[in-house]
Design a protein around this ligand. Structure first.
Ligand code: SAM
Length: 303
């Protein structure tokens, strides 16, 4: 049932069955500025209305009915990031199986607000860990401590019953191997909630060219420990499809959703699968299709 879906994630999530996936990982864009949506309004004739229009008639203005985040408007401000995320997280919880896990990958500026929202949606007893992904790459600020970590919040659908197989994790080296003996040192130890992991190397084989690609090793750790072979893993901000690659490599099924043409092209190539399209072609693309059809004589009119 591996699937890549090209579309706006909230509308796709609403089509998915309740309690149908075992594990969800999402890595939404941190900067909401690129995701602006204006509230859609309509003007209705109403003697009680607050505005006078054509012919002296009175009118009132109403928001067009639709999804709550559209009505609220998704503006480029901090509060709206949570407003954008929350309905998607609520859908995620509905779709998650009773023993499933949910992971939200954010950065240190947003994480505290996200934690409060997730506590409300899942309930505080369902919070399991804040994982710190520590890396050391790129420019170093001289005005504050260089920020070199991301935050990954882990919630379970049930406070006590959930899939967690620590033995399935990769192992990491001891910091002082001489203190633990040769056998233990050779085996390594299980990770804690601080994960030291390099970013995707800009010159390495793993690189897909997608700007925000996350390391496969980290996603494999999540998939192996928090799901079982044959389980279904969902990522609805899928980008380059790292979650799908980790699922596929470890015998899990995947469902990946993204609205970007570029992300879909990268995923199709990376995972060898054709995406399902839920979006109409953009206006310019649609115009091009019409022009091509006119030139070919398939439809009437001149190009
Ligand atoms: C930070 S990237 C994810 C990167 C991914 N974890 C990886 O390893 O490549 C976030 C993705 O979310 C997608 N996105 C943002 N808003 C979306 C929406 N409302 N519906 C679907 N996709 C969305 C963007 O197109 C982008 O590819």
């Amino acid at each position: 049932m591996n699937r890549i879906v090209h579309g706006e994630n909230l509308s796709v999530l609403r089509t998915l069955a309740t309690e149908s996936v075992d594990l969800i990982y999402i890595d939404p864009p941190f900067n909401t500025g690129r995701r602006q949506k204006r509230p859609r309004i309509k003007t209705i004739r109403d003697v009680e209305g607050d505005r006078t229009g054509f012919g002296g008639n009175r009118y009132r203005t109403e928001l067009v009915a639709g999804s709550p985040e559209l009505a609220a408007g998704y503006l480029d401000s901090f509060d709206d990031y949570i407003g954008f995320l929350r309905p998607r997280v609520e859908e995620a919880r509905r779709i998650l199986k009773p023993e499933g896990s949910f992971f939200l990958h954010v950065d240190p500026r947003e994480v505290h607000y996200c934690k409060v929202m997730l506590d409300e949606v899942f309930g505080r007893p369902c919070f399991r860990n804040e994982i710190i992904w520590a890396y050391d790459y790129g420019a170093r600020s001289s005005k504050s401590w260089p920020a070199k970590h991301d935050n990954i919040l882990w919630y379970t659908n049930h406070p006590k019953r959930y899939t967690f197989d620590l033995n399935a994790s990769d192992r990491i080296p001891y910091m002082a191997p001489k203190l633990v003996g040769a056998a233990k040192a050779a085996r390594g130890k299980t990770p804690t909630d601080v994960w030291w992991h390099t970013i995707v190397s800009p010159t390495g084989k793993e690189k897909t060219g997608y700007a925000t690609q996350k390391p496969l090793g980290m996603l494999e750790r999540i998939v192996r420990v928090h799901s079982k072979p044959g389980d279904v893993v969902l990522d609805f901000f899928a980008g380059s499809g790292t979650t799908g690659a980790a699922a596929s490599k470890n015998g899990r099924e995947f469902l990946l959703i993204d609205e970007s043409d570029e992300a879909i092209a990268v995923m199709e190539k990376r995972l060898g699968l054709v995406a399902e399209r839920t979006k109409k072609p953009r206006k310019r693309a649609a115009k091009k299709i019409v022009e091509t059809a006119q030139v070919a004589g398939v439809i009437k009119g001149t190009a």
